[in-house]
Design a protein around this ligand. Structure first.
Ligand code: ACM
Ligand code: ZN
Length: 681
């Protein structure tokens, strides 16, 4: 039993210290929005001493233990007849509940303990609204749309304490999220005690630098646990059992992720014999040719399933470089003996084998959508992150899926204008964008869609060094995930925004560091109105082709009068690897007053300003006269996202305007531009 109070529980209990002004709150204030509310007449006055409750339960009953954490809000009635909160729990399953609010009494009915728990969460949310004194009468009938409503915590890039995770579990429960996915292992540190492989936590869990960025900038090395510089940490099995139990009492399943075969440099550095090269700090991937690798994976998974009761074990599967496998005699021998035609099939062999092992132990695998490559393991569930295509493919072949497409569900992306936000990996996913996500693709039949388990937000933590920063990224965007996962698909962002402000304020009062939604800056202003551009509709000839991944609107992009927003991924910015050169044909000779092009800088995503931009003009398209070269005055590694406009003035006549941008020389650097603005009188 793990019901010990966290600070948050204590604070949640103090919700009845209400300010003097009376206010009626109701079902329409909840996040997630309940399935149905039939309004009654009048209101229920929130009792000044809290609810006196009775419970009639046919299940093994834990709810009263949970309610005892909130003595100011819930106390048992000495007689059932005196209860103003009557709770009835059946012996079924599921997360459904009803709350019948009458002027004198609130009746909760649920077929299961989980449903009753969520009814209580609704009451905790309502009574905690600042100033609430009355609850609107009526009947709330509520049940979730999806079974999987999750948040992922990347505890490898920056380790988080058990107390921090419990605090987030309390917030998750309040919004009816029910899956906590822990990304335990990655190059930045191994985080779970494994008795058979002690070097994972004596060595691979520690690094001489506290932040991921410093660690990455200093050669990405590990150190011994007792090194005075050691920063990082890991969870003991007992700590994890305690966490799992704490979560289970709040209807939350903890899903562990042990990443194979890529993202495993911490393993191949602690145990180099599991890599192709056989030496530390070399391979990101485990060697699939060596039997020792499978012995390692099975041993680790044995200890994972000994601790985690979750039906799912997440086995990663994303972004393996597969490069070492091509030249490794063991991997090549494996491919030959198993008749595997390429390294994708070699990865697929590994995933199939691990699935078979876990299935034999009564568990199922879930993995990132790369596990589709080379053939999906028969019982695997896919977590679709590179867009929704992988998830849709998996659903169409009868597999289960959890949707986490980066564009909507990656909350390591900036949530507001980058100039006012902390350094991030890039992207732009404000609350409105996250909330706009609809997980059921219109191409799916209802049978295919029935295997869609739900959705999840992922907070990759490379750029999230502190707990406070992590909370800032989760809230309020986790509210959007909660509502999409629970409520029916109808959406009204203005109403959601109103409720999000209320819940955000609530979390603030409970000591969470939320994003200041009330003072959101929003989208890049220039992108909201058409650009005045004399070149609109002109022909653009590209000397350097735009990249097939970032074409935006194709050949018209740079003269369509539309500027990009805060992210290069918004299909309004056009992307180039290396240099950029294009010629705009104005159709006739005109007087050109000025020529300008804006470029983006987002170094976390290898997007850099050009070192310089040159404008040349021509009347015949053959002989070009230079107008000016402008140089960037921004440090190429300035960590924040920004835009820079390069503008030159002239008064010459020209039909052809050439814009050349010299890409920054960091290997793999991108250039992104959204519009060539030419001003002719
Ligand atoms: C991922 O973001 N590499 C799953
Ligand atoms: Zn190998």
């Amino acid at each position: 039993m793990n019901l010990k109070k966290t600070l948050v529980s204590t604070l949640l209990a103090s919700v009845l210290c209400l300010p003097a002004s009376a206010a009626t709150v109701g079902a329409s204030d909840l996040i997630p929005r309940p399935t149905e509310f039939i309004r009654g007449k009048g209101s229920f006055t929130i009792p000044s001493g809290g609810f006196s409750y009775s419970i009639k339960s046919q299940a093994k009953e834990n709810l009263s233990d949970y309610l005892s954490l909130f003595p100011e809000l819930f106390s048992p009635a000495d007689k059932t007849s005196k209860a103003n909160l009557a709770i009835e729990i059946g012996k079924g399953s599921g997360e459904t509940y009803t709350i019948d609010i009458t002027p004198r009494r609130i009746n909760v009915k649920a077929p299961s303990e989980a449903g009753a728990f969520y009814a209580i969460q609704s009451l905790i949310q309502l009574t905690g609204i600042k100033g609430a004194t009355e609850i609107q009468t009526g009947k709330i009938s509520d049940s979730p749309r999806f079974a999987h409503r999750g948040l992922m915590f990347d505890v490898s890039r920056h380790f988080r304490s058990v107390d921090f995770l419990k605090k987030q579990i309390d917030a998750m429960a309040l919004m009816k999220l029910n899956k906590l996915h822990l990304h335990f292992t990655d190059a930045a540190g191994w985080r779970m005690e494994i008795e058979k492989y002690p070097r994972l936590t004596e060595f691979a869990a520690w690094r001489p630098q506290a932040t991921w960025q410093d660690w990455a900038d200093n050669g990405a090395r590990y150190c011994e646990k007792n090194d005075p510089r050691a920063s990082g940490g890991y969870y003991t099995k007992n700590e994890l059992r305690d966490l799992i139990d704490y979560a289970a009492h709040r209807n939350i399943t903890v899903i562990p992720e042990i990443e194979i075969p890529g993202h495993s440099k911490e393993v191949t550095s602690a145990y180099p014999e599991l890599s192709c090269a056989g030496v530390p700090y070399t391979d990101e991937d485990l060697c699939i040719g060596k039997e020792a690798t499978f012995k390692f994976i099975e041993d680790v998974l044995d200890e994972v399933i000994e601790v985690f009761p979750s039906a799912y074990i997440h086995i990663g599967g994303d972004e393996a470089s597969k490069s070492g496998w091509r030249n490794c005699p063991d991997c090549q021998a494996r491919m030959k003996s198993e008749g595997l035609k390429d390294v994708d099939e070699l990865q697929s062999y590994a995933i199939h084998r691990v699935e078979k092992y876990l299935n034999s132990k009564g568990r199922d695998i879930i993995g990132w959508d790369e596990i589709l490559e080379g053939g999906l393991a028969p019982n695997a569930t896919v977590m679709s992150w590179r867009g929704t295509e992988g998830g849709i493919t998996a659903l169409k072949s009868g597999h289960k899926v959890v949707m986490t497409p980066g564009e909507f569900c990656y909350i390591d992306y900036t949530q507001d204008a980058a100039f006012k936000e902390p350094v991030s990996i890039g992207g732009f996913t404000p609350l409105k964008k996250a909330y706009s996500y609809e997980p059921v693709d219109s191409s799916l039949t209802s049978e295919e869609a029935s295997n869609l388990m739900g959705l999840q937000a992922n907070l990759w933590a490379e750029y999230i060094p502190t707990d406070a920063h992590a909370e800032y990224m989760y809230y309020p965007r986790a509210f959007a995930i909660a509502e999409i996962g629970w409520s029916t698909p109808e959406k009204n962002y203005d109403d959601f925004h109103r409720r999000a402000l209320v819940l955000n304020a609530r979390l603030d009062s409970l000591g969470y560091n939320t994003f200041d939604l009330a003072n959101e800056y929003g989208e890049r202003r220039e992108s909201l109105t058409p650009v005045v551009n004399s070149a609109i509709g002109a022909t653009v000839e590209y000397t350097t082709p735009y990249h097939s991944k970032y074409p935006a609107a194709g050949n018209s992009t740079l003269v369509d009068g539309i500027r990009g927003g805060w992210t290069y991924g918004d299909k309004r910015w056009q992307g180039f690897l290396g240099d950029f050169e294009a010629i705009v044909d104005l159709g006739e000779n005109r007087t050109v007053h000025s020529v300008a092009a804006t470029f983006m800088h987002a170094p976390g995503a290898w997007v850099h300003l050009p070192d310089n931009v040159t404008v040349e003009i021509s009347t015949d398209g053959i002989e070009f006269t230079p107008v000016e070269t402008l140089w960037s005055d921004v440090d190429p590694m300035y960590p924040k996202i920004m835009m820079k406009n390069f503008a030159v003035a002239t008064d010459a006549k020209a039909r052809y305007v050439k814009v050349k941008a010299k890409g920054h020389n960091r290997p793999g650097a991108w250039l992104f531009t959204d519009e060539i603005v030419i001003n002719c009188p």
